[in-house]
Design a protein around this ligand. Sequence first.
Ligand code: PLP
Length: 417
Amino acid sequence: MRIDDALFDGVDLHALALRVGTPCYAYSATAIRQRIRSLIGALGELDALVCYAVKANANLAILQWMAHAGFGADIVSAGEMQRALRAGIPASRIVFSGVGKSEDEIAQALAAGIARFNVESVDELHALQRLAAARDVIVNAAVRINPDVDANTHAKISTGKSENKFGVAIDEARQWFADSARLTHVRLDGLHVHIGSQMLSLNPIRAALQRTAAFWRELVAAGHAIRSIDVGGGLGVCYRAGHDHPVAIADYVGVIRRELAGFEGRILLEPGRWLVAEAGVLLTRVIRIKQGQERRFLIVDAAMNDLARPSLYDAWHDIVPLTREQRPTQAYDVVGPVCESSDIFARARELPTCEAGDLLKIMTTGAYGTSMASTFNSRPLAAEVVLDCGRYAVVRRRQSLDDLLMDERPARDWENV
Ligand SMILES: Cc1ncc(COP(=O)(O)O)c(C=O)c1O
């Protein structure tokens, strides 16, 4: 271990783990601020609004930083909308994506007065028209196009191929615009595209934007006003040092500038992972070591319910033991206590020899960590802590067993339907 491995945003992680317990997520405020600053810097004078993808990390403390930066929010549920609003993100900066917006959720978003709906099916478009008419409001909408571009990422986080459930084909979108005069309460004046997540190359992003831009030009030539183009999120981060090479933010924005050159409306961006992933670590302690028949298991107190990415996507996360002295390495399968063989953070990973009680940090867990967590195996949700230049603040206390059981009761109060 390097001396500074145990220091994160000026906080000694050993001391933190003793105070807060493990498993525990720790997020560096400094790292998040840096990302926010460099994104704002790269966008420069562009007429752009960053709508942080709440799904990446929905903790209110994180959302508040986004609000302070002047960012909006990309939401996919009424729950995410409430979080964004409570964190101080104004409704006028909220966009609503997702294939399964319920009528109740659409009505809530209309009542809140959000900026824009990213519409993903003709049925949703008609529901939006009906519900907006019922409220007698005119709502802004973008069509999410599915450009049939391969994001070259994991299949489960790829969203822009024609076989995916997201968006509609450009041919269908063309028809929506042709028929848009009939939409008395929906102002269809935007395009939206998001082809996938954890992209480490600009090529698919460029290809998707080229198709979107060609469509925008065609629509304008046909007399339609296009006031916003939402380029989605998807920028990748480094999960494996020396192996993953994320694109530079300036290059990403350069592609947007080039492909959308001449566009006079507002450009929306929906980054999630890129803003927060590398700012987070998951702290976990070794419970015990078990020599199996074929493999050596390092059993830690975090599990797939805390961090689902490895079990869902076979995702790699660097793991750094915070042992104080130099030790020889060994290959371990790093696993959690959950009763599933998929509860595994790493296979045959070479790590310094570990002992029960050692503290490890699982890297790059600021995004899609807590936001995908569950209480599987009746494991309470982990604590979340924000670090800032030597200080820490608990931004979600560890869930107690009482919290976990709070809404359950024996089947006593029977009712007839
Ligand atoms: C519509 C939409 N926008 C933005 C994002 C954020 O993506 P990322 O976290 O990769 O930036 C997602 C993620 O799935 C999404 O579905």
